[in-house]
Design a protein around this ligand. Structure first.
Ligand SMILES: C[S@@+](CC[C@H](N)C(=O)[O-])C[C@H]1O[C@@H](n2cnc3c(N)ncnc32)[C@H](O)[C@@H]1O
Length: 243
């Protein structure tokens, strides 16, 4: 009887691992090119805050709270968008710390530059323009890294590369904060509806739900915190991983 129960338990955990595997083919592919992504975010940059700024703020702030940036830290943000998180991070690290942001879009970088100048924080922040999946970051140079609504923009085979790069660029014991749309098991109808739109309008509806937790663990992060919130019926994970 015990052996049967044990076998059943193992079968479940194997099934769970299959469902949560970050390379699971049920994660939608990202068919648009990086050039298309850059052009689309350039066009969207002036309207981004009006379209999704307020919706995403709550989840981004929960992620920033979990990351808990400290005075003097060196922090990287991937996909900084219009720069709201960079302002929070730059305030938290103070004059002895430094924040670096990387984003694909010049339009987003222009808005962010203005925001940082208005907050008098330009000195504390370095803005890089490029693809975070291929940027050659120096190893062991950051205390923490942060991504909100950005990990799910990388195509499925790129996700382990991006997370692997995060692991390398962090110092031992460094933290990674991630806010991401997730699929849930089984995915609810809002996820399936959202994916229907993603399949048909992959440039406009470019974020797609992934398996966040499993992706971080597979990349070698120790998961310290997992919060799940709902945004319009879509699950959003707020994750803290440690190197
Ligand atoms: C959905 S927006 C999220 C912006 C911001 N993190 C927030 O929470 O408001 C995604 C951002 O990631 C940037 N991005 C997309 N692909 C990228 C890539 N491969 N490398 C760096 N940034 C990228 C986009 O230009 C955009 O600014």
């Amino acid at each position: 009887m015990m052996a049967l129960l044990k076998a059943g338990k193992n079968r479940n955990s194997f099934r769970d691992r299959l469902q949560f595997h970050p390379m699971n083919p049920s994660i939608r592919p990202v068919p648009r090119t990086k050039t298309q992504a850059r052009e689309s975010y350039n066009k969207m940059s002036r309207w981004y805050d009006a379209i999704s700024g307020n919706t995403e703020k709550k989840y981004r702030d929960l992620g920033l709270n979990l990351l808990a940036a400290q005075p003097g830290e060196r922090i990287l943000e991937i996909g900084f968008g219009t720069g709201h998180a960079l302002v929070t991070l730059a305030q938290a690290v103070g004059p002895q710390g430094h924040v670096t942001g990387i984003d694909l879009s010049d339009g987003m970088a222009d808005i962010t530059r203005q925001r940082l100048a208005q907050a008098n924080l330009s000195e504390r922040v370095t803005l890089l323009r490029g693809d975070a999946a291929t940027h050659p970051f120096e190893p062991d140079t950051f205390d923490a890294a942060f991504m909100s609504f950005t990990l799910e923009l990388f195509d499925t085979p790129e996700i382990p590369h991006v997370l692997g790069a995060c692991l390398r660029l962090l110092r031992p014991g460094g933290r990674l904060g991630v806010v991401t749309l997730v699929k849930g098991t089984p995915p609810g109808w809002p996820v399936r509806l959202y994916e229907w739109f993603h399949d048909r309008l992959p440039t406009m509806v470019d974020c797609r739900p992934i398996f966040g937790r499993a992706a971080l663990q597979e990349a070698g992060f120790k998961l310290e915190k997992v919060d799940t919130e709902m945004m319009w019926g879509l699950p959003v994970e707020i994750l803290l991983g440690r190197k």
